[in-house]
Ligand binder design. Structure first.
Ligand SMILES: Nc1ncnc2c1ncn2[C@@H]1O[C@H](COP(=O)(O)OP(=O)(O)OP(=O)(O)O)[C@@H](O)[C@H]1O
Ligand SMILES: [Mg+2]
Length: 440
């Protein structure tokens, strides 16, 4: 994790330790490579992580960090199987403070691609200046080049021709667009998980994601989704002797049709543990319409000994010692916010052309987030106000894509006003008045 800056030399794990580590298929598709390289960069205490993708990640994946780097004489060892600087004994697994621990990722990537590792350790002289960094290239696991390049401290890993020697795997790739989309989703998760780190993702040389690393989640979410989210997010915090929980839950207007925006990080690791997912879902069941899920980001911190991450090679499944207690806290945290969050007004029919409505934001697939498309099914807490009343109280927040006005009602509900339709309505009213006057 980011705050850990000391490193031990990379070493081969004793056989008994290596055998006890959940191993298996580590690199399934390009996004798995990005995940492993970004986690290595995070473990190295980086402040800035840049990712470059070409050809859906099959042509090139390059991850550049400003972390503590790897000494030149350890580059080759870093790419061997069961070599790591992160643990030494089985007991270390219960004091884990890093995302990696298997010593497998780089070895698995080099086996199915051409991988170049360029690294300059932070302890080398004058950290702010460029000086010689070690460079090592392996193709299909064999060393093909050793040299030196100038760079600042940190590491750049370039992965080319992924799966060039595994044609069967290539056949199952879904096309550059799908793979790129997975990578974009993954990067959003890291950006949300680590708001204090600057992330940059370029796809085919175009910037697809960029965060400033300000350290504030609401700012990061606004950077990622380009929505004024701060007012729609409710902070949550809870703790006991076994856990500390903090995060944000979006109000009901931010309900989404997919679970993609429910993000839970346990000790800095994005996890998908079923019991915890169920606990989160139990928190909003009945408070959101069926098929709707909240925008939710929780960071759960546990003593490392209370958490087992050595369950699955992907390291996204975890087991918790005090699972029932933590699950109850998650349910309660979600519930407490959504119960307080004002319901959207129910969809009473608006007169004339539909003027105010809630719908997907322009380009939702690109941004991956949209505002509730219908008020149906939400529990109205008071009698629904009339359309004219609503319009009179709206406070404009922003203009989106020069076509839609984002406005907020006093109860916190969010409205999108279609400017074109609003204009038509003004003309309609004007003509209606003229007709009235003409006939009256
Ligand atoms: N970006 C990086 N900066 C500094 N050191 C790195 C970086 N990437 C890899 N390393 C070093 O190389 C070692 C091997 O990396 P690798 O990802 O293969 O294994 P790991 O991170 O230890 O465990 P896991 O297989 O669970 O990821 C790491 O333990 C670390 O010492
Ligand atoms: Mg790793």
């Amino acid at each position: 994790m980011a705050e850990v800056l000391t490193r031990t030399p990379i070493h081969l794990l004793p056989q008994d330790v290596a055998e006890r580590i959940a191993a298996g298929e580590v690199i399934e598709r390009p996004v798995s490579v990005v995940k492993e390289l970004v986690e290595n960069a995070l473990d190295a205490g980086s402040h800035e992580i840049r990712v470059e993708i070409r050809g859906g990640g099959l042509r090139l994946i390059r991850v550049t960090d400003d972390g503590y780097g790897i000494p030149e004489d350890e580059l080759e060892r870093a790419c061997a199987r069961h070599t790591t600087s992160k643990i030494s004994t089985l007991e270390d697994l219960s004091r884990l403070h890093t995302l990696g621990f298997r010593g497998e990722a780089l070895a698995s990537i080099t086996a199915v691609s051409e991988l170049t590792l360029l690294s300059r350790p932070i302890e080398s002289t004058n950290p702010g200046e460029e000086s010689a960094a070690g460079l090592l290239t392996l193709r299909g696991g064999e060393v093909t080049q050793r040299s030196r390049r100038a760079r600042l401290h940190g590491t750049t890993v370039s992965v080319r021709d992924l799966f060039y020697n595994v044609p069967a795997r290539l056949k199952f790739m879904r096309g550059a667009r799908t793979e790129t989309n997975h990578i974009l989703q993954l990067m959003r998760r890291y950006a949300v998980g680590y708001p204090a780190i600057r992330f940059n993702l370029t796809i085919e040389e175009a910037v697809a994601l960029q965060t400033g690393g300000a350290g504030n989640l609401a700012t990061t979410l606004a950077e990622l989704y380009q929505l004024p989210l701060a007012e729609m997010l409710h902070p949550v915090s809870a703790s006991s002797e076994h856990y500390t929980l903090h995060g944000y839950v979006g109000n009901r207007a931010l309900a989404q049709s997919s679970r993609q925006h429910i993000m839970l990080f346990v000790n800095g690791r994005w996890v998908q543990a079923r019991p915890l997912q169920d606990a989160l879902e139990a928190g909003y069941r009945g408070l959101l319409p069926k098929g709707k899920h909240p925008l939710l980001v929780f960071y759960l911190d546990l003593p490392p000994g209370d958490l087992d991450v050595n369950i699955h090679p992907a390291k996204t499944e975890v087991k918790l010692l005090h699972e029932a207690e933590v699950a109850a806290a998650l349910t309660q945290a979600v519930k407490s916010v959504l119960e307080r969050s004002p319901a959207l007004p129910s969809s009473s029919p608006f007169p004339g052309p539909e003027l105010v409505y809630q719908r997907r934001l322009p380009g939702p697939r690109r941004r991956g987030l949209h505002v509730a498309d219908s008020a149906e099914g939400y529990k109205a807490e008071s009698a629904p106000p009339g359309a004219a009343e609503i319009l009179a109280t709206l406070r404009p927040l922003a203009q989106l894509q020069q076509a839609v006005i984002l406005a907020e009602a006093p109860d916190g509900s969010l409205y999108l006003v279609d400017q074109h339709r609003a204009h038509e309505r003004v003309i309609y009213e004007h003509l209606a008045q003229q007709t009235c006057r003409g006939t009256g």
